[in-house]
Design a protein around this ligand. Structure first.
Ligand code: ADP
Ligand code: MG
Length: 279
């Protein structure tokens, strides 16, 4: 069974001035259980709308969305869907509920009516998974953005979802915070087999994904391995995106005659290929 099955989703918003904006135009997407998908697209391309149809926050006008085989149109199953799919948003401050970390994390499972002992176990487990165990009794308000996002992730984890959607969850963070949060997402994917949808406008955050999807103008215009996607320079440009920096540098060096080989998507790959070539 697919973790996510979207078939021909189309959705419009009514604007305040009475106009209509199509945010999803016949979007189809299948995601396997345990995949890490990076979703890239310029501002307004429809990424957040796509995120919102996944947990039934929005229902597409046309088409269907199924999460582990359950259709989001089935309102009797919305509870099941919401416990299977967690969302981490952009602003860590908007996701804090309680003033003590452990209470904040316990909030989700408490709402689900999980027994007290089980909640205590989950809180400890979730904090460990995001590397924040020593902050259990702390107050989140004084923490760095990266730490707050990791607390938010722990709060989602405590619900034990099988899918987590990160909607530009690193956009407000400094480079260190960005790295921390991406690392946690990658680890949860590997160790807990949680399916990840990683929405970002930082190209370098997409290079280790299993597949990269590109959104443009309310459509998914391409989905493939990072290597295959970033080889398509025209596609990336027409979607209003940049190449990952190491690849852009490698391409410039190739243009001036340096015979660099392979797909150079990371700093490490660039460094290795440069050393090899210059020798
Ligand atoms: P992204 O997350 O890629 O920036 P969104 O899904 O937020 O894209 O938006 C897609 C399009 O829908 C944009 O043109 C945006 O202005 C419009 N839109 C998003 N939310 C609303 C809304 N609540 N009301 C009207 N238009 C909206
Ligand atoms: Mg968005």
């Amino acid at each position: 069974m697919k973790a996510i099955h979207i078939n021909g989703a189309t959705l419009e918003y009514k604007t305040q001035t009475g106009g209509i904006v199509r945010a999803l135009n016949n979007v189809s997407l299948d995601v396997e259980d345990g995949e890490f998908i990076a979703l890239l697209g310029h501002n307004g391309s429809g990424k957040s709308t796509l995120a919102k149809i996944l947990n039934g926050l929005l229902i597409p006008r046309l088409g269907d969305v199924e999460i582990f085989g359950v259709n989001t149109k089935d309102s009797s199953k919305i509870f099941e869907i919401r416990s299977n799919i967690g969302m981490v948003f952009q602003n860590p401050d908007n996701q804090m509920i309680a003033s003590i970390v452990e209470d904040d994390i316990a909030f989700g499972p408490e709402n689900l009516g999980i027994p007290r002992e089980e909640i205590i176990k989950r809180v400890d487990w979730a904090l460990e998974k995001v590397g924040m165990s020593e902050h259990k009794k702390a107050t989140p308000f004084k923490m760095s953005g990266g730490q707050k996002q990791r607390i938010a992730i722990a709060g989602i984890l405590a619900i034990k979802p099988r899918i987590i959607v990160f909607d530009e969850s690193t956009a407000m963070l400094d480079p260190q915070g960005r790295k921390e949060v991406l690392e946690v997402a990658k680890q949860l994917n590997k160790e807990e087999n949680i399916t990840i949808i990683w929405i970002t406008h930082y190209m370098d955050e997409a290079v280790d994904a299993d597949r990269v999807a590109i959104m443009n103008d309310a459509r998914i215009v391409a989905i493939d391995t990072p290597q295959n996607i970033f080889r398509r320079t025209d596609l990336i440009e027409s979607a209003g995106l940049d190449l990952p920096l190491p690849l852009a540098i490698a391409n410039s060096l190739r243009e001036i005659g340096l015979p660099l080989e392979g797909d150079i998507l990371t700093e490490k790959a660039l460094e290795e290929e440069l050393c090899k070539t210059l020798k």
